[in-house]
Design a protein around this ligand. Structure first.
Ligand SMILES: [Fe+2]
Length: 317
């Protein structure tokens, strides 16, 4: 297929901290992902709930918990399609270019379903990094994060499109100290210049976690919005994190210890060495791999095709 993104998109990411890339993924690529969303959130369609009053008063109104009701952390109980989407080679390539390093890690992958009437989805402008690091996001490319918002449905403004401002615009209104939660008057000013992240299914918005953005409400009748969030960082950036992949597992022991029932099997059965490396699984040729570790990992994931790892080990011997 045609190029998914251009050097102009990368330049925009560098200068603005955000870039919207319509139809990054083709319809045929999104179709099985959409099916996975329907599987995961089949019971998500809502009992109607009244929307809250719009922002008013002296304090910033925080989003209700119901907003986050239909969020799931990877791995997902569905087909490989949604599971492997966050690790698509084109996303890895974009993250490498944006972070100016070949060695990148996926540190978050969350599927999020929203339905009209399920909750009041309006959010105040905020930055995401307050729960990605305990300090601040560094200024060098390699210290940043790339957060992908991947649309599995058409997302119009009536389907709760994300609203955002560029890094420069945000700094102008809120100052270079970049408070994670701007005050009421700053919120108002940001809303005055906000951009819409609306786009057809397959669109990808790449944004840095120090970009002001907010979710908006779904108003389309019987509307639904399925989005996958995937976040990358440089491999050596220990200051940024969100989830430890080995602890994102089924709670039931019968599934955790079953190669057939543990959803991480999707990654071993379908992931390339390059994709698995983004989850901290050592690549072929890494000294971690010995006859013993390879045999033990193979025993744990019998369907894993370990050929590239075995070949690299043979070459090293
Ligand atoms: Fe956010």
């Amino acid at each position: 297929m045609a190029e998914r993104y251009s050097s102009t998109d990368l330049d925009r990411w560098t200068s603005d901290g955000a870039v919207l890339m319509p139809r990054f993924f083709a319809e045929a690529e999104i179709a099985p992902v959409l099916e996975d969303f329907e599987t995961l959130f089949a019971d998500g369609y809502p009992h109607a709930r009244a929307a809250a009053d719009p922002q008013s008063g002296e304090t910033v109104r925080m989003p209700p918990r119901e907003q986050f009701q239909h969020t799931r952390m990877m791995p997902f109980d569905c087909s490989p399609a949604l599971n492997l989407l966050a690790l698509h080679p084109a996303l890895i390539a974009f993250a490498r270019a944006a972070l100016k390093t070949e060695d990148v890690r996926l540190y978050q992958s969350i599927s999020w379903a929203k339905f009209t009437g399920q909750a009041d989805f309006d959010q105040p402008f905020h930055m995401d990094y307050y729960n990605h690091t305990l300090t601040a996001i560094g200024d060098e490319a390699r210290q940043r994060t790339v957060n992908f918002s991947i649309y599995a449905t058409d997302v119009s403004d009536a389907h709760g499109s994300i609203r955002y401002v560029t890094r420069g615009e945000g700094d102008k209104i809120c100052g270079s100290l970049r408070p994670g939660m701007p005050d009421v008057s700053q919120q108002e000013a940001l809303r005055g210049i906000e951009r819409s992240g609306a786009g057809p299914s397959g669109t990808v918005l790449a944004y840095s976690s120090d970009i002001y953005h907010r979710a908006s409400n779904l108003t389309a009748p019987e509307g639904r919005r399925y989005v996958l969030f995937a976040s990358y960082k440089a491999a050596m950036n220990d200051a940024v994190d969100f989830v430890a992949w080995p602890s994102s597992v089924p709670r039931e022991w019968s599934r955790l210890y079953s190669a057939d029932a543990n959803p991480w099997r999707h990654f071993f059965e379908h992931g390339s060495p390059e994709q698995l490396a983004c989850l901290n699984i050592p690549p072929p040729g890494n000294p971690f791999w010995t006859e013993t570790t390879l045999a033990r990992t193979q025993a744990r994931w019998p369907q894993w095709d370990a050929t590239p790892w075995r070949q690299a080990m043979t070459r090293r011997a």
